[in-house]
Design a protein around this ligand. Structure first.
Ligand SMILES: [Fe+2]
Length: 292
């Protein structure tokens, strides 16, 4: 469970500025030289991007467009059944294209008038403090590559499907966007590495993998579930614990293995009170007092 969209392939830049993405041996694209070349090229665009410049455009291939079309359609039918209403309403507001991969600039232009969030390109993993801290400024770092076409419904890494279908749709909600910002402010406020990791784990178990009750039914609002074809079908069969800051902040997640535990809010307001309330006020001392 929750194997998808967690692990970032390392990105290297050599002394000549050549950017290489190191795919793991079991990555679906590992043995495909054309895919690997594509990954290097797309990562290179983000590495070369400077803040304030227009966001890099990727000339997506027909094969990549087909992956987007297929995954968008498969996820849309599952969203109707399993996504929280706030996410569905936000998705209706954002109106992402389902027939082609949107450019990050386009995602930004759709999102900014709604909640003020803008996208930035990421080649791969962005350091924790930068990734979360930028949320306080309404900036979201996003990869631009697609999963390998041989397995369109699976990705071991957060690709543009995860970043945009999972996160941008959520960020089109005023209430979720406010939570993302508050998490970002908390990441900026805390100083120790442990406190930062605690803040990021609360984010992980809420805005990435959170579920909530709606009309007596368990619905997903976390971007990691809502962008994952396999997990969206299975989240209701997992161990679901009540929302608890200390438990979330102290539960280690192994990014390369299945997640087996989820945390459930009783409602969106409950999530705002508990997670939002925590991020609003937490600091190194209050987190240390939780037993970190
Ligand atoms: Fe994510």
């Amino acid at each position: 469970m929750f194997e998808e969209a967690q692990y970032f392939s390392p990105v290297n830049e050599d002394e000549h500025g050549r950017v290489t993405v190191r795919l793991a041996r079991d990555h679906p694209g590992f043995a495909d030289p054309a895919y690997r070349e594509r990954r290097d090229l797309i990562a290179g665009l983000a590495v070369g991007h400077r803040r304030g410049d227009p966001l890099p455009e990727v000339a997506y291939t027909e094969e990549e467009q087909e992956v987007w079309r297929l995954v968008s359609a498969e996820l849309a039918s599952r969203h109707r059944r399993y996504a929280a209403q706030e996410f569905l309403d936000a998705k209706d507001r954002l109106k992402l294209p389902a027939d082609r991969v949107p450019q990050l600039q386009e995602v930004s232009d759709l999102l900014e008038p709604l909640t003020g969030f803008r996208y930035l390109p990421a080649a791969g993993l962005v350091p924790l403090r930068e990734f979360y801290g930028s949320l306080a400024d309404g900036l979201f770092h996003s990869t631009q590559y697609l999963r390998h076409h041989s397995m369109p419904l699976y990705t071991p890494e957060p690709d543009v499907v995860h970043e945009v279908i999972g996160h941008a749709n959520a960020l089109a909600s005023d209430r979720f966007a406010a939570l993302y910002r508050t998490a970002g402010e908390a990441a900026r406020r805390v100083e120790s590495r442990q406190a930062l990791e605690f803040v990021s784990r609360v984010f992980w178990f809420t805005l990435e993998f959170g579920v909530l009750l709606e009309g007596g039914e368990l619905k997903a609002y976390g971007a990691g579930i809502l962008s994952s074809y396999g997990e969206i079908e299975e989240f209701r069969a997992m161990d679901v614990l009540p929302l608890d800051i200390r438990a979330m902040g102290l539960t280690d997640y192994d990014i390369t293995k299945y997640q087996t535990v989820l945390f459930r809010a009783e409602s969106l307001s409950h999530l705002e009170d508990v997670a939002g309330g925590f991020w609003e006020t937490c600091d190194d001392d209050s987190i240390a007092a939780l037993g970190v």
